[in-house]
Every structure is written in C-alpha cells, then in structure tokens.
Design a protein around this ligand. Structure first.
Ligand SMILES: NC(=O)N[C@@H](CC(=O)O)C(=O)O
Length: 420
C-alpha cells in the first residue's frame, strides 16, 4: 500500500506532500497512493520509548504485548523497549525471545526487549547478558528496573560486560537503604501527611556513584526516570567531563508534583515519586538543555485490585503511552525539533534501533506519526487501549491527537484508530 500525505508539515515546516511506498519515504509521486488530507497535520519520526512495561509474560491481566503495542501505536510510537520485570523475569535468551516474538505477532510497533541485569532482578548474580545479546531479540539495553542494581561491584561488572557489544546498563537509581518503607517524596508534603518519605538523595547518590563507575570502566550508563533537581546537576557535571551517560525523564515528572498525594489517590503513586515544583522546573530545563536526553514513558499498567486500594498497598506506576505526546506538547508547546529529538531520534540512538528516529527524507524508512496539534481532548480512561486504567490524567484537557502512525510504510493507526 502506498500513501500520499497531502499538505503535511514535516516537523513544523511549510506544507508539502509526502509519499510513502514500499516501506520508505518515496522520492517520486505515486498515482496509486491512498490520499490522506494532512492539512494542518505535523509529521514526526515515529516515537520511540526506551522504557515501557508490557507485563507479558505473567501479568496479562494488566497488559499484554498486544494491548501495550496498541496503546503505543495510538500514542504515535513505532518502537518500544519492553522492561524486564515480567514473571518470569526477562533474564534469559528464552524469555527475551518470547517477548520479541510476541511483538512481531502483534505487528503494531517494534518491541525491543530489555534484559535483566541480575538473575530474577534479585541483585545477586549477573544474568546471561551475552546470551540475551546474541539471541534473536538482539538485546542491547539491560535493566533491573523496579529495583536498583545496588551492589557497586555487580554494577561495575555489568558495565564492563556489556562494553563488548556496545550494550548499556539502564539503572533504576534508588539506594534501597534510604527508601525502606517509602511511600512518597520526602519533603514538606510527606511530613504533613505522615507518610514515609523517599528522599531525593536516594536517587542522586546512586547516579553519582554510577557515573563514576561508568567513567572508570569507560562504559555506557543510562539513567531511568530522573526525578530530582540534584540528579540533573550530577548528570550535568558528568556529561561536561565526557562520561558516556544518557538519561530519561517521564512525562509525569515533567508535569505533576507531590502535592497530588494529599488526596491519597493511589493513581498518583509512582516510583520514583512525584517531586516538587522546583524539581519539575529543573527537569524541564534539563530536557531543553540536553542534559536529559529523552522522554520515556515508564508506562506501568496495573490491574484494578493493585491500584484501587489503600495508598500504602497500591503498586507504584502509571500509564503513559497514549498521553506522552499530549503532555510534552502541553509543557513545551509546538517545539517540534525538541519533540522529534527527545522522543524519537535520541531514544532510537540509545536503544540502537536503526530505522527509527529518521529525518523523513526520501529513501529513509517510513516510521512516522501524524499529529493534529490543534486538537484539544479530555482524557477518558475507558477509551485507552491499555488493559489497565491507571492514568493520572483522567478528565484533563490536553492538546494534540495522533491521527495516523506508520510502521515501515504500513499504517498501524488511521483516523485515530488502530488499523487491526
Ligand atoms: N515506575 C513504577 O512506579 N513502577 C514500575 C516499576 C518501578 O520502577 O517501581 C512498574 O513496573 O510498575
């Protein structure tokens, strides 16, 4: 199938016609192409998420590779990296290959499995990193996300090991001894509510340690969901010294604050926790500066019984795939170069996903999404494609609608609806 996107604005540039044929952006017009009136629509390279929880295998009641892929395509994504904290954990070639195969079967986005750093995410022994790297899933990112690789010697070994195949360790930076029993950000609000706090320094101390380790062994470190102003400063200094470190921020940490915990609605419980306005401001500036490289969703679907309960018993995490672009648009406005770089180009580079994060010039793979920036819509949880409902944005009016998404030239979303 060929498509002609008529009057489309590529990254906010003057309207033009874009032809998609044989999986690539075509150089020549095509008379057989299906015409899509793209007046007022902006084309972006397909979004890439380096941090998605798809829950399969093990918690298919919360999400499956298929439902998560659907949410991703509807959110404008053409590739997602699936976190390893499944059940069984993705710590062997067998499990990462299973997730990779399920992604291919769903066929809506490229699902790139992330492998666990340690067996069972237990933080004791390195998992079979080399076997996962050389498997059909071709794993390049390794993470114990949900848990920190707290043992410094293990972290050093992991960094050394993945160097051989240009892998990267994605660290969930949380010093566990400093967050025992933590329920929310440690600060004025936690004191008022009487909830045990998760201090900023628990994140900052691990990032500081890990940039030194990465520098020492000359390996690649990626920092998951950076949430504090202090972390930004540690990263800024490390990058200035030339340490091979990249970092992500979530849409929720760019928008929401710890004040939201005051209603004790567990939909706002997340790891790392929502922080203060000062942190939000620092994270926004860091994304603009490039100190933080990418926006990653940390899409964390949870079943109703795990979320709609007392705050202390609720699992941390919130949905993100279908609201990420609207949140980023609401925070930064129509800054298309920033959006394309931080949500597609840079994440594709970090994950090593060639074919994604292109510039939409003739001959490049047709992985792209079409956005209507003039649209304003109210977030209705029941309309989300995820199997779970834990969005913190329910009832909020947000800008931007994904009109169409193309994966290697095939439409996965048309007219705002999934094609299959
Ligand atoms: N980010 C979250 O709040 N939750 C994540 C894991 C985690 O990082 O705790 C999840 O898998 O649900």
């Amino acid at each position: 199938m060929a498509y002609l996107l008529k009057g489309v604005s590529v990254l906010g540039a003057a309207p033009t016609d874009l032809v998609i044929k044989d999986g690539v952006i075509a150089a020549e017009p095509d008379n057989t192409a299906q015409v899509i009136d793209a007046t007022g629509l902006v084309a972006l390279p397909g979004l890439v998420d380096v941090h998605t929880h798809l829950r399969e295998p093990g918690r298919e009641d919360a999400e499956t590779v298929d439902t998560g892929s659907r949410a991703a395509a509807l959110g404008g994504y053409t590739a997602v990296c699936a976190m390893a904290n499944t059940d069984p954990v993705a710590d062997t070639a067998g499990v990462v290959e299973q997730v990779w195969r399920l992604g291919r079967e769903a066929g809506l986005v490229d699902v790139q499995p992330i492998g666990a750093v340690t067996i069972g995410l237990a933080g004791k022994q390195l998992a079979e990193l080399g076997a996962m790297a050389s498997s059909a899933a071709n794993v390049r990112i390794f993470s114990d996300d949900g848990f920190c690789v707290a043992d410094p010697r293990l972290m050093r070994r992991a960094l050394e090991y993945v160097k051989a195949f240009d892998g990267v360790i994605a660290q969930h930076a949380e010093e566990p001894r400093l967050t025992e029993g933590a329920q929310m950000h440690e600060g004025e609000v936690s004191t008022r509510l009487g909830l045990t706090g998760w201090p900023a320094v628990a994140e900052e101390a691990i990032i500081a340690r890990d940039v030194l380790l990465a520098e020492h062994v000359g390996s690649r470190l990626h920092v998951c969901h950076v949430s504090t102003a202090g972390s930004v400063e540690v990263l800024r200094q490390a990058k200035a010294r030339g340490v091979r470190v990249t970092a992500e921020v979530t849409p929720h940490h760019l928008l929401l604050t710890d004040e939201l915990a005051a209603g004790y609605d567990p939909v706002f419980k997340v790891n790392p926790p929502l922080r203060t306005r000062k942190d939000v401001e620092a994270l926004r500036q860091a994304l603009l500066d490039g100190v933080i490289d990418v926006v990653a969703t940390d899409h964390a679907p949870h079943a109703v019984q795990d979320k709609e309960c007392e705050w202390a018993y609720a699992r941390p995490g919130m949905l993100g795939l279908q609201t990420a672009l609207p949140i980023v648009l609401s925070v930064f406005g129509e800054n298309w170069d920033l959006i394309a770089d931080r949500m597609s180009v840079a994440p594709a580079r970090i994950a090593g996903l060639t074919g994604h994060g292109g510039d939409l010039t003739a001959g490049t793979p047709a992985n792209l999404t079409l956005v209507d920036p003039s649209y304003r819509g109210v977030v209705d949880p029941s309309e989300l494609a995820s199997r779970s409902r834990n969005t913190p944005y329910a009832g909020m009016t947000l800008p931007g609608r994904i009109v169409a998404t193309f994966l290697r030239g095939e439409a996965t979303v048309l007219d705002g609806k999934a094609v299959k």
